[in-house]
Write a protein that binds this ligand. Structure first.
Ligand code: FAD
Length: 428
């Protein structure tokens, strides 16, 4: 069964799995509408097509070319970012933008125009895609990129899989000396301190991100890093653990949250200072525990990720945190980051200049829905938006308000493609 990371429902799909684009072309002719699927690392229904067809693209996973002199890599859309990193880093190149997990396909990374810890320097994943091939369900193949068929490129980057199926893409990599990052962890006591640290860091640090303790409004750990010239450090262990089963109830509750947040802050406060860290634990700490999403039990969980403008950002984020606390809720994973000024590539790309906060909440039905409606009101009032890759309950009104290019985007939709999210937010 294919599902999304939040495991909020048990969707039924008619699944087509293939390893060659030609097989996909046949599958599309046999049965559409459908939806391209990567590896389901989106949290909500952007990658689901309940009771419909799913075209699982993860089998299209071949590398096509890699020029070691220019750092230009071409691969099929089902290749995982992890496999790219493992191929190119030993050869002196790296993906300039990756999300908090490397178990994501190239197709999924483009379709959600994902961002990472380098947004203030490198923008989004789409900023480094130089070309892609898009298969429409009528059989047409469109080659597009920042220079060629620009309008198709702008609709497809961040287009949530709704403009066609990405067959392959060319990506411009970034030169690096090796896999090591010079890192620094700095505890902060308030949001105000976070913003001060952030401002001084963005000029001289390539990667910045913070964990915040939502139960103790505003304190947290600021993490920053730069690529190192050093060639040797302490290699991370190869072993990954797997959450072996889904417990009958969520393991995330008020008690475990308080224990986790207190312990995480204390441990990281003790580890404050500089270090040399391998890129994997620095970029993808959560990949060490596979299937960790099971700990939320059979009802699953939501990730709620907002973006609000810089103006009054500190106060807005504080209001969001206070609202969560007043509702008696909290989040294990609370990630705070600012986005840089780079104009987004995609019409529907999530990042814009501003502040983003991502929080995980166990699915408690109506209680969670009530909390989200309060948070949505704060986001709407601030002129902000929610991230479609994480969303499962945004209203069409908030979507249209947050994404002013929606009408333009709709002109590029493929009529043979539909998703849970598109039906919920765009009516088809
Ligand atoms: C632990 C964790 C951390 C994360 N951290 C971040 C983060 O820091 N920043 C961030 O931006 N995101 C983050 N994400 C979200 C994740 O990066 C995105 O949801 C990503 O798009 C998932 O890719 P996927 O390959 O799993 O695609 P799926 O989730 O399967 O699909 C995502 C979208 O891509 C479309 N799609 C997939 N393949 C194709 C194709 N070949 N052609 C056209 N469309 C296609 C689907 O239709 C769907 O709309 C995180 C997720 C997890 C689980």
């Amino acid at each position: 069964m294919r599902n999304s990371w939040g495991r909020l429902t048990k969707p039924k799909h008619q699944l087509f799995f293939f390893s060659e684009p030609e097989q996909l072309e046949v599958a599309i002719q046999e049965k559409s509408p459908g939806l391209p699927f990567g590896v389901g690392r989106s949290y909500g229904d952007v990658c689901l097509n309940p009771d419909g067809v799913l075209w699982d693209c993860s089998g299209m996973d071949k590398f096509i070319s890699f020029d070691q002199d220019t750092g230009l890599l071409r691969c099929e859309a089902g290749v995982l970012l992890r496999d790219i990193q493992q191929l190119v880093i030993p050869r002196g190149w790296i993906l300039p933008v990756t999300p908090g997990t490397q178990i994501v396909t190239v197709g999924g990374a483009i379709a959600n125009d994902v961002h990472g810890k380098s947004h203030h320097r490198q923008g989004t994943f789409g900023d480094h895609v130089t070309a892609l091939r898009l298969l429409r369900t009528d059989g047409e193949i469109i080659e597009c990129g920042p220079e060629q068929n620009k309008e198709w490129f702008a609709a497809t980057v961040g287009g949530m899989g709704l403009t066609g199926i990405i067959l392959d893409a060319e990506i411009k990599l970034q030169k690096v000396a090796g896999p090591w990052i010079e890192t620094e962890n700095i505890p902060f006591a308030s949001l105000k301190e976070f913003f001060q640290l952030n401002e001084e860091s963005e000029h001289s640090w390539e990667y910045t991100v913070s964990w915040i303790d939502c139960l103790n409004s505003g304190r947290g750990i600021f993490m920053r890093g730069n690529h190192s010239q050093v060639q040797k450090g302490k290699e991370p262990g190869k072993l990954s653990l797997t959450m072996p089963f889904t417990p009958p109830i969520s393991l995330v509750n008020k008690i475990s949250l308080r224990l986790f947040n207190t312990a995480y802050y204390a441990v990281n406060k003790r580890k404050k200072g500089t270090g040399l860290t391998h890129y994997e634990p620095f970029f993808y700490p959560l990949d060490k525990l596979l299937e960790w999403n099971r700990m939320y039990g059979p009802r699953g969980f939501f990730q709620y990720q907002i973006l609000v403008p810089h103006q009054d950002g500190c106060e807005i984020i504080q209001t969001v945190l206070d609202t969560i606390q007043q509702a008696g809720e909290g989040s294990f994973l609370a990630v705070l980051k600012t986005f840089g000024d780079k104009a987004p590539v995609g019409l529907m790309s999530f990042p814009r200049p501003g502040i983003t906060l991502a929080l995980d909440f166990p699915n408690k039905g109506i209680t969670t829905a009530k909390l989200f409606s309060r948070l949505d009101a704060i986001v709407a009032e601030a002129g902000g938006r929610l991230y479609g890759a994480k969303d499962a309950c945004m209203s069409p009104k908030l979507f249209a308000q947050g994404y002013p290019e929606l009408e333009k985007f709709l002109q590029y939709r493929d009529p043979g493609i539909t998703s849970g999210l598109s039906r919920r937010l765009m009516g088809s």
